[in-house]
Design a protein around this ligand. Structure first.
Ligand code: ADP
Ligand code: MG
Length: 246
């Protein structure tokens, strides 16, 4: 259960909203440096699952372990835990009144309590990783969607997360801008980042995922290598979903 080869262990997560049982027992493990890609129809609980993993939503049942340590809900601990989970959303949620640099710096100053010089150095380093150094002093309104999303990735990276969680990071982007974001994510995966990604980008899934998990109706219907899921899915339901994707 707490096998140290896994960075993250998620066991039997259940979550209901009112009468609706959205997650009905989801379990998976992630080894260090692995990328897991979650696919599945809309409304099947993918976002809820990521939110349960980083504890933005408290699961009704089930457990999460990070590096062998069970995540518990004492107040200080949950904030520390959340800092170790870098979250990237479909809509970037940048602060409009701050530049790209300011958006990356702010948590370093407020949460990590770095001084101005340290925070700037660290933030510039993260902007460099996503190819956004040239736009450091631009405001979100002056950036394309792809650039804004890269800034939000830099902001998450700045906290030195153990795991990066991406919830449909390219779904709000014009098609011609998705590539630059997917490239950044691919580079991160290749550099050894541990990642959970919800996406409809099947090209990305097949080239980057160590494992693909097909979620339907609150359970993981099937999981496996891209090769298995794309070419030898067990369930007709998986096949039908994938045939609509391409
Ligand atoms: P997906 O990301 O796969 O599209 P979601 O996790 O966003 O699915 O949503 C799964 C279901 O849970 C949907 O029916 C959605 O309406 C419902 N849901 C999600 N969050 C809430 C919430 N905070 N309150 C009530 N219902 C919610
Ligand atoms: Mg979603």
């Amino acid at each position: 259960m707490t096998d140290s080869k896994y960075v993250l262990v998620v066991e039997d997560i259940h979550k209901s909203f009112g009468e609706t049982e959205v997650l009905r027992g989801v379990s998976f493990q992630v080894a260090k440096g692995e990328t897991l890609v979650f696919i599945g129809p809309s409304g099947t609980g993918k976002s809820t699952l990521l939110r349960c993993v980083n504890q933005l939503t408290v699961p009704d049942r089930g457990k999460v372990w990070l590096n062998g340590e069970e995540v518990v809900h004492s107040h200080g601990k949950i904030n520390l835990y959340r800092q170790k989970m870098g979250m990237v959303f479909q809509n970037f949620y940048l602060f409009d009144h701050l530049t790209a640099l300011g958006n990356v710096e702010i948590s370093l100053l407020k949460v990590k309590k770095m001084n101005k010089k340290e925070a700037k150095e660290k933030a510039m380093h993260e902007l460099e990783r996503v190819g956004m150094v040239q736009k450091a002093n631009f405001y979100p309104a002056e950036l394309s969607g792809g650039q804004a999303q890269r800034v939000s990735i830099a902001r998450a990276l700045a906290m030195d997360p153990e795991v990066m969680l991406f919830d449909e990071p390219t779904s709000a982007l014009d098609p011609e801008l998705t590539g630059e974001v997917l490239d950044v994510m691919k580079n991160l995966a290749q550099a050894g980042m541990t990642m959970l990604v919800v996406t409809h980008e099947m090209g990305f899934a097949s080239s980057v995922a160590n494992q693909i998990l097909f979620l339907e109706d609150g359970i993981i219907l099937e999981r496996g290598s891209p090769e298995k899921i794309f070419y030898r899915p067990e369930f007709e339901r998986t096949q039908r979903f994938l045939s609509k994707m391409t």
